[in-house]
Write a protein that binds this ligand. Sequence first.
Ligand code: UD1
Length: 415
Amino acid sequence: MGYYIIEGGPKLIGEVDISGSKNAALPIIAASILNKGITVIENVPNIRDVKMMCSILEAVGCAITRDNGKIIIDATDLQSSEIPEKLMHEMRSSVIIVGALLGRMHECKFTYPGGCEIGARPINLHLEAFKQLGVELCEDNGFINCKCNKLNGTEIVLDFPSVGATENIMLASTLAEGTTYIKNVAREPEIKNLQDFLNSMGASVHGAGSNTIVVNGVPKLHDCTFSIIPDRIEAGTYLCMAAATKGEIKINHVNPEHISSIIHKLKQINCKVGISKEAVFLRANKELISTNIKTMPYPGFPTDMQSQFVTLLSITNGTSIVVENIFENRFKYVNGLIKMGANITLEGRTAIIQGVKELSAANVEAKELRGGAALVTAALAAKGVSMVSEIEYLERGYENLVEKLTILGAKITKQ
Ligand code: UD1
């Protein structure tokens, strides 16, 4: 596994372009197999998770061409409805392909994605919803076999507004017979992007952004070209990195509305933040002050920004409390921060952060995507030269991280 060498200290100054959203691209690429034809997706980030999703599509019979940020998917003939075990284990969100395969082929075979670094992440809500749509599920030797003659529209009430379950049900019900009402759904911008994509292929999906999504089943879809929204988590990460180094940056190609809870917290800790239609400007030249954060489903504060903010709060003046409400095990990176001199106490899902004047360099391991981003943020601000290892996790979700940080004046190399 590779590592980053980061010499902390330089303020991040300048402009950076935000890439297409990972969490929008993955379900949209999966959804493209619902169309027995050719789909063109633009503004797709060049990251490992996207490559893995493309590998799954190829494994079931799609032909994929990539050209810069554009992916052309030919799903005219599918040969298999089985998700390769290796890919299922490597990327949890591969489960999103199940809804699409059920919609297109009325069958799918896959293994449980298993636990991961941030929690158990069960898929009970996905499986329960498939059953309600008329799918028969049977477990055999670690594999789950799903089959149905047809999918029937129905009413599904989610126990929790799970992002993945909402998306999977949308995919499974797009070509179903009748209307599906999905209640207590996730309201993340990526869900709206998925709805827009499905509709641009000829689906009839409404309500994304509200509590209920209504899917009127259609018999078939058609070819389309569609563009992915900007990555709000990548945007938030660069804002945090700039704030941690007392820098001054402008992030371009971003939807400020999607990061309003992040901007609100940055303002609370004394950063100056300005917004225009597709850009956000941040200046962090004053002393940063503490605040409290609770992660919540959208439009609340995103769990995917929790770790980057804990890094930031560890060098602000005062005591901050951060509560993680979405995943049960999302503080693993904190040990790395403590190694760098942060004063953080963990009590279950709560982190109590006593701000210190500065962090000092250390050798730390990324362990997972956003925790890894938190450690890179810490290393950029810390005194001395740090090594962040296991950077493959970061490459799952951040396009051209080294290049973008270098443009902003960071001293970072990949080894
Ligand atoms: C998605 C995002 C991830 C983000 C998360 C929450 C993608 C590819 N990933 O993950 O970056 O951190 O939303 O915003 O879009 N749960 C169950 N049973 C289920 C499904 C979920 O108990 O069947 C629980 C999970 O364990 C977790 C919580 O619900 O504690 C939220 O999970 P969910 O919203 O489904 O997250 P993902 O779709 O996995």
